[in-house]
Design a binder for this molecule. Structure first.
Ligand SMILES: Nc1ncnc2c1ncn2[C@@H]1O[C@H](COP(=O)(O)OP(=O)(O)OP(=O)(O)O)[C@@H](O)[C@H]1O
Length: 326
């Protein structure tokens, strides 16, 4: 299903700092520092970035598992993730999450039937025991597993099969949005593509919107309509996947792409940008542009002023000197 224009989920200026009770008001780990995004119905938004850049924290805030310190998340225009109130029932039902490691996210003492039926029970979606079993069987088929396997336990499955079970559980409540936090990074390379393709198929056939988080640019490329590149708690670049990969505008994206073995037919010449060292600590991020300490283009202005995420049309970059790659 092609993405519609209506945002089903939106994040506005999300901030999350851990440990500021210990370190004081401006101290702590600035995990997410001003991220805004929209997700249209039926769209897949890929989010990539190095380890520790705040992807999981963002994911947890998008589904209401974590509250932002500042900013809000809206579902069909209604804010739900600010303040102390409980997450509304329609959000808990319609916004689901698939976790990185299916071994730890699935209760080892529950059968697959119990695992997948739990959200059906919570939301009162099965009228009888038979209907419950039938629904679990359908969900297993939808993710490519035989319904006969429903009485087995998670340890009896391979990593890829367990992630399929996690996806079936997320689908049980007929969600409009699934936030997938590194859904394939704990899996063998050989099964990663199968699970990515399954998610892409489900997105197309069910029209569910996906946020697909990965540290690997190559993984999200083919499934994403748009891609956001995060760096140290902020969005460095956000735009249509073909443009972000074909003509990246932020020096960080250019560096990630020049290091990745991804064919870029649009690129006329391949610019080599070396990304030196590790990202700075989110406890004490650089002033101004957070990428400036690793950026070969950095100038005085970059230390003084944080660049806004702006750009022509839908292709945005947070860089004072951004020039789309040729
Ligand atoms: N509960 C927490 N308490 C304290 N610090 C945290 C907590 N959760 C995350 N952090 C810190 O916040 C920063 C962002 O972490 P997060 O897990 O969101 O990043 P990530 O991009 O998902 O990384 P990874 O790919 O390694 O999971 C990191 O420095 C991390 O150590």
């Amino acid at each position: 299903m092609p993405p519609s224009t209506e945002p089903v989920l939106a994040a506005v200026d999300l901030h999350k700092t851990y440990g500021n009770r210990i370190f004081g008001k401006s101290g702590g780990v600035h995990a997410v520092a001003g991220v805004s995004l929209t997700l249209k119905a039926g769209e897949t938004l890929g989010i990539v970035g190095e380890s520790g850049c705040g992807k999981s924290t963002l994911a947890r805030m998008l589904v209401g598992l974590e509250r932002p310190d500042r900013g809000e998340v809206t579902f069909h225009g209604k804010p739900f993730a600010s303040g102390r109130g409980s997450i509304p029932r329609d959000v808990r039902r319609r916004v689901q999450m698939v976790f990185q490691d299916p071994l730890t996210s699935l209760n080892p003492r529950m059968t697959v039937l119990e695992i997948i039926a739990e959200p059906l029970d919570v939301h009162g979606l099965a009228a009888s025991r038979q209907a419950r079993r039938a629904k679990v069987g359908e969900l297993l088929e939808l993710v490519g597993l035989a319904p006969e396997l429903m009485n087995r336990f998670p340890h009896e499955f391979s990593g890829g099969q367990r992630q399929r079970i996690g996806i079936a559980r997320a689908l049980a409540t007929e969600p409009e949005v699934i936030v997938c936090d590194e859904p394939v990074s704990a899996l063998d390379m050989s099964v990663q593509a199968q699970v990515v393709n399954l998610l892409a198929d489900l997105q197309r056939t069910l029209g569910v919107a996906l946020v697909f988080i990965a540290h690997d640019l190559a993984v999200v490329r083919h499934v994403s309509h748009r891609v956001g590149v995060m760096y140290l708690g902020r969005m460095a670049e956000l735009g249509p996947a073909a443009e972000v990969y074909g003509t990246p505008a932020h020096p960080y994206t250019k560096a990630l792409l020049s290091a990745a073995p991804i064919p870029r037919p649009q690129a006329r010449h391949r610019e080599r940008v070396i990304l030196a060292g590790d990202p700075p600590s989110p406890v004490d991020p650089p002033s101004g542009c957070r990428f400036r300490t690793r950026c070969h283009q950095a100038q005085d202005l970059c230390a003084e002023q944080a660049p806004e995420l702006t750009g022509p049309h839908a292709h945005l970059a947070a860089c004072h000197f951004s020039v789309p790659a040729a």
